[in-house]
Design a protein around this ligand. Sequence first.
Ligand SMILES: [Zn+2]
Length: 246
Amino acid sequence: MTAAVDPPAERLLHDLGITEPGEIDVEVIAHAVGAVVRYRRLGSGDARIVGLGDRAIITVDERASRVRQRFSVAHELGHWHHHRGRRLICHGAADQQDGVAGCEREADGYAADLLMPRFMLEPLVAGVPMSFGLVYQVAAAFGVSAMAAALRLADVHPAAFALVVEEADGRRWFRRSASLNPRWFVRSAASDMRATADRCRLPRANVAFAAPAQQWFLGQGVKDAEAMYAIDRMACGRAVHLVVVT
Ligand SMILES: [Zn+2]
């Protein structure tokens, strides 16, 4: 079910009469709220926004991939909505990681709402099990990165699951789905996970296999639960572990 009050990005889509993923044209949407998008070579970061009164210019790095550019425009529109008049510097990684500052998180949330609105995504995932196959299907349908799609599915998909993400530099963080038991802790020891994957002779990415939930979670009732596990190395260079409670 959708929330009683639509988030501002989804309200904007409704106001503009946008009803299909293919209609989410970030340049047109930006124009509707007084912002012009231009593509240039940027020295640092993926994008920036400069506003004056009710007009703004969003500049996006011309060398970034199209999905990243779209997310960057949507992210800057998030700043335009939530943080107008404040001076902000956006640091790369617009397709999200934990630990980013509050404003960046808010802008990322706005971008996810704008590019993958619940009212379009919920019908698409209804009755479809959570998997990397679904992640790539959503990424293709909505023109976003696989990482952005996976994180959005953690908000919207009804399954209980966790994503454990390994950055290229070895840092790890995780994201829980909305319906994962809040008293279960995620074991984020990815080396153990890799060992598990190796032990099970994981033939290739995107193949899920069953395993006891307690290999990935700690908490009451975990030892009686089963899970499906899969790993995927995404184009962004991150390795993502998906553990779905079955
Ligand atoms: Zn930002």
